[in-house]
Design a protein around this ligand. Sequence first.
Ligand code: NAI
Ligand code: PHE
Length: 358
Amino acid sequence: MHIESVLSTWEGESCHLRHDRETGVWFAIAIHSTHRGPAAGGTRLMSYISAAAAVADATRLATAMTLKMAVADLPMGGGKSVIALPAEAPRPDLATRQRLLTLHAHNLERLGGQYWTGPDIGTSSADMDILGRQTRYAFGRATEAGGSGSSAEETAQGVFEAVQATAHEARLGTLADRTLLIQGLGAVGLRVAELAADAGARLLVTDLDPDRCATADRLGAKAINPTEATTTECDILVPCATGGLIDTPTAHRLPCAAIAGAANNILTNPEIADILQERGIVYAPDFVANCGGAIHLIGREVLGWSADNVRARTRNIRDTLDTIFTNARRYGISTERAAHDLAAAKLARAEAPADTGQ
Ligand code: NAI
Ligand code: PHE
């Protein structure tokens, strides 16, 4: 994989790269679209095998953010940033982390508001607080620091709506006595597990960190090996770890009736949704299912919405998915295609870039 081939085949507006010689870290900020407003999307801090792999991740995630903002009717465009630690690098110590976030804040300042960030894998509200001391362009700071806090609760609420809509479409009825397999019991996955347990679902859970699985014992969840996430029979697979869980061979043999989760880019490419459709597996497109976090961050910090309004908008995820499922059935297309079409129609209607008011 080369940076040239990644960028020459990507339809985004710009990608900004920076290398820090002292730590060997690459920073990539991908701005996919500012058509509906300034680009927004989280900062991912993790190890990558190469700078090209980091750029590939940032660009694909930025594209998904454009679709997410459009389907959620938010006045922002799509972007994403990656702080790419060298492969096999140890976890950065506090001083290194501080240095990396300071450099990233400078990157954001240089872009002058074309791109706003927020938490993503490997970053939290505490990191947004550090960024927020050096740049205005960070959503999701702690409430005490003037931000709207973590987006995980709202993301989980939205994913739970998506799981219920998907169960209905797959003719599974309610979640009572249905088996959900939740991959990743982090901030979002654990909360989805709690909501599903309250609804009477049977839970299978898996996480690379066994201590996280232990936190779901009280929900009556049964832990399975992380390598068995896509081979274990279940009614609904709920990916809440990293992306890329379902590639072509996996899609051909998945033993589930439906898929709805929080992870961004669950499918290694959008065409995999056609295989799922042929197999009768109902798939909730990830950028629809997981948009509760964006609704929380942009709703609270840009649009001045109350918590009740944010929750009401998050509940709308169910209606949006119903529209997508109906269109997919009506036109004989995959749910991913139907979701892209819905986002494209909203993008086409977008007027001049909106002012964030900040
Ligand atoms: P997190 O970092 O709190 O949790 C992720 C969990 O997945 C961790 O416990 C980790 O050990 C586990 N994990 C990683 N790889 C795994 C594997 N191969 N098998 C099993 N477990 C694995 O992240 P968070 O905030 O819960 O987010 C989950 C996913 O949802 C991420 O992909 C994120 O990008 C996405 N997302 C999160 C939003 C938010 O508001 N937090 C919003 C939209 C999407
Ligand atoms: N990273 C999260 C997402 O993928 C939350 C987020 C949304 C961060 C919007 C910044 C801006 O949706």
